[in-house]
Design a protein. Structure first.
Length: 256
């Protein structure tokens, strides 16, 4: 069984309540779910939100939309992931954040093929801060996705003690290459100028414009067409370019 677990909370400091804000005719969270449903490697989708009263709205929204949802620790996101599927789970987890409405099912499936073929414990799509210190061409910020064996995630949950590792779920795994077998899905072209994630009000405005330029919901549209439309939008002044490099920090504030 392959389960996509989407971490989602309402308490973003820069854009409060962003995951339930509208992106065109649907919420940002629902956009992520709809895109994931196009992946052939994802068999089940779970929203992992928190027990905070602030996140009651996420839980209620998921229940109303018949989306599977669990609630766990607000601070210990690694534990929240493990708890979202239960200790007896034997399959693989796809880690997704809820502020990436253009997540690409084709890349997710390509990463999964490599993950299985090479018998890896973890593979990430080379994008954003996860590879900020790696000499690699990068996919657009906002196509973040990681496949991980649940057994590896359980090891991390038992052994990781640093706050960073508890907050960022897989960092204990990819910071220990001698303990885990790791992989990376890399592009043949550099897309690090493209930001498709939503962290700020300006990002939301940009992604709303991008959605309109694409003609509405991006279902069935792969990332190359999205990138081409984004770059045209930048060139014509419809979309504001990100301030500085979008890969601006070792750990940026994706929706934990």
């Amino acid at each position: 069984m392959n389960i996509a677990v989407i971490q989602a909370r309402m308490g973003s400091s820069r854009l409060p309540g962003k995951v339930l804000r509208m992106l065109g005719e649907t919420t940002i969270l629902d956009s992520v779910v709809q895109r994931l449903k196009e992946s052939v490697s994802v068999e089940r989708i779970v929203i992992a939100t928190t027990t905070s009263a602030l996140d009651e709205s996420i839980f209620a929204h998921c229940m109303s939309q018949r989306i599977e949802v669990t609630r766990g620790s607000e601070e210990d996101v690694l534990l929240r992931y493990v708890s979202s599927v239960g200790e007896d789970f034997k399959g693989n987890i796809l880690r997704i954040t809820a502020d990436c409405p253009f997540v690409d099912p084709g890349l997710i499936d390509s990463a999964f093929e490599k993950f299985i073929k090479l018998e890896l414990d973890h593979i990430g799509i080379a994008t954003g801060a996860g590879v900020a210190n790696v000499e690699s061409m990068k996919y657009p910020d906002g196509l973040d996705a990681e496949w991980v064996k649940f057994s590896a995630l359980q090891v991390a949950n038992k052994e990781a003690t640093e706050t960073l590792d508890r907050e960022h779920v897989t960092s204990y795994i990819w910071r220990n290459p001698t303990k885990f077998k790791l992989g990376l899905l890399q592009p043949t072209e550099d897309y690090s100028d493209v930001k498709l994630t939503i962290d700020t009000y300006e990002d939301l405005a940009n992604m709303t414009t991008l959605s309109k330029l694409l003609g509405g919901p991006s279902l069935g549209v792969d990332f190359r067409q999205i990138v081409a439309t984004y770059r045209i939008g930048i060139a014509k002044g419809h979309i504001k370019p990100p301030v500085g490099n979008p890969n601006y920090a070792v750990f940026y504030e994706h929706d934990q």
